[in-house]
Design a protein around this ligand. Structure first.
Ligand code: 0O2
Length: 236
């Protein structure tokens, strides 16, 4: 399995080793030390959840002779995105407000091979007794009107620090390679960009692409199942 971090991953490594490099937004300067400590905690929560996912992938790859997880990406929300989201929601811009109201400061994206792997991984993760499910959004069974598909979970996990245990929230997005392909390009092309001249035609074209991709995902799953039904295995 590839453990792939997003472009800020270097920052994340430093967050753990050298917390001083965390960029503190101006509005949070009075709480700079606490903000850095909070970002370090979210980074640790990501590590805990990633380890759980890696363990599941290792076990399933031995049992079923194929990897259900293709890749895991992670990120801590950029400081300015945190401030922007709090402002957009009309919430106070403070550390307490971030920790109380934002569920996606720590984010993990799990890219699976097949659609049924998504549900298998989600079920196994949430059935672990140190994980509390805060919210689930199934954008696969109920895609967004623009075609976006993915399975979202907000979970809480205890993280043990030197003098305390903190329950930390992590957003886990689970999707197939095909769904990730669409979402990545949608992000570049359209998502949240209210560009002048963007027509309904563009949105409709993107939605159609999502439909085609979902059909292909379904077909690939059928192909795998028919190989397995004939006693064949799928390569790791
Ligand atoms: P980033 O940069 O990926 O972190 P909100 O978070 O306020 O927008 P909500 O209801 O809390 O909305 O969360 P939602 O819509 O369940 O999931 C939000 C995240 O899902 C987004 O995070 C995206 O990662 C992803 N997402 C949701 N809809 C779309 C979409 O139409 N296209 C793409 N490409 N991604 C989507 P962020 O914080 O917006 O961005």
């Amino acid at each position: 399995m590839n453990i792939n971090m997003n472009p800020n991953s270097e920052l994340h490594q430093y967050v753990v080793n050298v917390p001083n490099v965390v960029q503190v937004p101006d509005v949070l300067v009075s709480q700079a030390e606490e903000f850095k400590a909070a970002i370090m905690m979210y980074t640790c929560a990501i590590r805990e959840v990633k380890t759980k996912l890696e363990v599941l992938n290792d076990e399933l790859s031995v049992r079923n002779q194929r990897n259900p997880i293709e890749m895991i990406k992670s990120r801590v929300k950029k400081p300015m995105s945190i401030v922007e989201k709090l402002r957009r929601r009309g919430l106070p811009v403070s550390l307490e407000s971030m920790m109380d109201h934002l569920d996606d400061v720590a984010g993990i994206r799990v890219i699976c091979s097949f659609v049924d792997d998504i549900y298998a991984i989600a079920d196994m993760l949430v059935s672990q007794d140190d994980i509390t499910v805060i919210a689930t959004k199934d954008y696969i069974k109920n895609p967004k009107p623009n075609g976006y598909r993915s399975y979202h979970l907000i979970i809480e996990i205890p993280v043990f620090f030197s003098h305390e245990k903190r329950d930390m929230r992590v957003e886990v997005q689970i999707r197939t390679i095909a769904m990730d392909f669409w979402a990545s390009l949608d992000h570049q092309l359209k998502y949240k960009k209210e560009r002048e001249g963007d027509s309904d035609e563009i949105s409709e074209d993107l939605r159609l692409c999502a439909e085609i991709i979902a059909g292909t995902d379904q077909k690939m799953l059928e192909i795998r199942k028919s190989i397995e039904a004939k006693g064949g295995t799928v390569k790791k």
